[in-house]
Ligand binder design. Sequence first.
Ligand code: NAD
Ligand code: IPM
Ligand code: MN
Length: 356
Amino acid sequence: SQIAKITVLPGDYIGPEIMKAGLAVLKAVSEDEFNYQIDEQPFGGAGIDQKGDPLPQATLDSAKNSDAVLLAAIGGPKWDDAPKRPEKGLLQIRQELNLFANIRPTAISQAMQKYSPIKQVEPVDFVIVRELTSGIYFGKPREIDDHHAIDTMRYTTDEIRRVARVAFEMAMKRNKHVTMVDKANVLATSNLWRRVVSDVAAEYPEVRYDNSYVDAAAMKIISAPEQFDVILTENMFGDILSDESAEITGSLGTIPSMSRGTDGPALYEPIHGSAPDIAGKGIANPLSMINSVAMMLTHTFDRPDLADQINQSVDDVIESGNVTPDLGGTASTTEVTDAIINKIRERRNAYVENDV
Ligand code: NAD
Ligand code: IPM
Ligand code: MN
């Protein structure tokens, strides 16, 4: 069969540490099952250091010619004063690949319950669909001088409609409930979102559609997260709410994401950053990266079977308490990764034995 092309962007600080873990799991689960080649490229701070640009041309070309992009994390204090910061490269690759929809799941599985800082009675399983290539991150004018600064939150109806459709399509495959989060009591952009999204909602009569102001939504994510299915929101609100949502699973270091457009490669990355505070210590949680690999196998390569092997093995390891310090454990990045790989192999051997 055809060989899958994956562009790999390890990035900065803990980026390379967790990418190594993700690739080791990909290799283990792919054995005899999935053919791929990786093209590793400098990106973010590493792009600045090696090529003088956070998104070097060769990196962008590789991404554009790939079937999927795997990114770990970029940025950090080393490049805070760079004329073009690593974060700028991230915004640029999202725009270049037209990755307007960012999907960030939050689930507290049975195995995760004991790590959650909140007490839940009902299971939690929702996704945030975050608009990713517009809003205040990209709007013009954008200026700063000694006495004032301007950022602009701007949206067009087309930008809202296409990401809204992603959310409603997703809801159709889940629990048929979309909550749009905005600040329609203050912002003009939010009012435009309400108009456009209620039109889109009318195309999906089976989906229950409601709204929440962002401040209240931040509260409900802690007090009643089980009430959400699909949260649809604009770029900056989605950034903030997704870190908050991640943390109710026990750690920001567990949550993967997918960023997609209409065609072309999707990009898979943890939602967290490069964690400079723990880099080089070998204790970064690799689950966000490993879960991103599983998401890639499902959504780009149509191998939910392989993703399941990863997910079940991750659950086994979480259940066993063999976890990194952010989840209260004492295991290293490598120990967690090796434990997951061992579980994958055990599962495979058991399957082969049952087969004969
Ligand atoms: P961060 O997400 O890197 O870290 C926040 C906290 O979470 C830190 O205490 C960190 O140690 C912890 N954490 C994050 N991931 C972890 C993991 N896998 N295992 C264990 N602990 C983990 O946020 P920050 O410190 O505000 O940002 C650091 C840099 O990362 C900044 O330059 C920021 O712009 C950048 N950033 C990049 C991305 C990305 O690459 N997509 C996302 C967010 C932030
Ligand atoms: C994220 C990050 C980025 C964002 C930054 C690094 C530009 O926080 O992926 O969530 O705000 O989108
Ligand atoms: Mn963020």
